[in-house]
Design a protein around this ligand. Structure first.
Ligand code: FES
Ligand SMILES: [Fe+2]
Length: 342
């Protein structure tokens, strides 16, 4: 295991919970980016994510704070805060404190997940959260069985490891036991959303040629925190992987799979088969986790000739999400090393 050398406070959208973990009137405690936070859902259903410590005298709103209609009330002296983090009531004074504000985070609920925008410079979101259905067109949530999930907490994994997996064609054969090495058909790293498409098969033997394969995967990376994929030419599946730093060493990993319904087949056997296939997709992702959690980020890495393009593109693209604009200490070190050798 090794502490990730890349910044653990990157900018972007990151998953912090699933929507169904926070019911109306509930307060949910969590720690991300080294900060204590609470997510609370007002009676109207509106979800707010804010820092956990009350701006009055610092009580933790996740320990005894409760929702009163559309605001959260602190357990210590009853001050109430609204979804913008503004104080709306001091119970023993006729006017609220208009000056102090709780830090709140932009929130999006999409595909059953709760995402927050994190930016240590406090900038507003400048790109969107990808939607597993809308952004690939055609089919909608109704065309799929309910989401299947994997959740692992506190692993020494950096979000970038998981995205690099998408350009890493060689690992598929060794980690996931595909019969042949996939071929990339698209690498597009021009914007905060990047796109990676590849031809891949899990069927047949190693005698087949990649040119003859008629199935593949399309992926959208929405910043470093979220990657969504769509398959074609195989069992219809869509996946979301989301990695969110907890502190400067560890992250939470969430992975979600949707398996497509077969039109006209509503029976239990078809549903069971779909569930089994979803379990298999999750098992494959878990195989990756077992590599990532013990991996030491290699920078600069030793690369095979065919690996240069993909890895160089994704690492260059990733830099925009780091507060130092360099890619964290690993890139810093690489620079220093280069200066040394000049
Ligand atoms: S510490 Fe929250 S109301 Fe006093
Ligand atoms: Fe993988």
């Amino acid at each position: 295991m090794a502490k990730p050398p890349l910044s653990m406070v990157p900018t972007g959208w990151f998953q912090v919970a699933w929507s169904d973990e926070i019911g109306a009137g509930e307060v949910h405690r969590m720690t991300y980016f080294g900060r204590e936070m609470v997510a609370w859902r007002a009676r109207s259903g509106r979800l707010t994510v804010m820092d956990a410590y009350c701006e009055h005298l610092g009580a933790h709103l996740g320990h005894g704070g409760h929702v009163e209609g559309e605001v959260i009330q602190c357990p210590f002296h009853g001050w109430q805060w609204n979804h913008e983090g503004r104080n709306v009531c001091i119970p023993y004074q006729d006017r609220p404190n208009r000056g102090r504000r709780m830090t709140t985070y932009p929130v999006v609920e999409r595909n059953a997940s709760v995402y927050i925008w994190h930016d240590i410079e406090g900038r507003e979101p400048y790109f969107e959260v990808p939607d597993i259905f809308a952004d690939f067109g055609e089919r909608t949530a109704d065309d799929y069985y309910p989401q299947q999930r994997l959740y692992r907490t506190g692993l020494e994994i950096h979000p970038q490891y998981v995205l690099e997996n998408g350009v890493d064609f060689a690992h598929f054969k060794f980690v996931h036991k595909t019969p042949i090495v996939p071929e990339f058909t698209r690498h597009d790293f021009a914007e905060p959303w990047s796109y990676v498409d590849f031809t891949i098969t899990f069927e047949g033997d190693d005698g087949q040629r990649i040119e003859d394969v008629n199935s593949g995967v399309e992926a959208i990376n929405g910043g470093l925190g979220i990657a969504v994929t769509k398959s074609w030419g195989m069992v219809d599946n869509r996946t979301i992987s989301a990695v969110t730093p907890i502190d400067d060493r560890t992250s939470d990993v969430r992975f979600m799979v949707y398996i497509g319904r077969t039109p006209g087949r509503d029976d239990q056997r078809t549903a069971d088969r779909a569930r089994k296939f979803g379990d298999e997709v999750i098992r494959q992702f878990a195989q990756d986790i077992d590599i990532w959690r013990y991996q030491r980020y290699s920078d600069p890495p030793a690369l095979a000739t065919a690996e240069y393009e993909g890895f160089t593109a994704i690492r260059k693209w990733a830099v925009q999400f780091y507060p130092d604009g360099l890619g964290g200490s690993a890139a810093d070190l690489a620079k220093v090393r280069k200066v040394d050798t000049l």
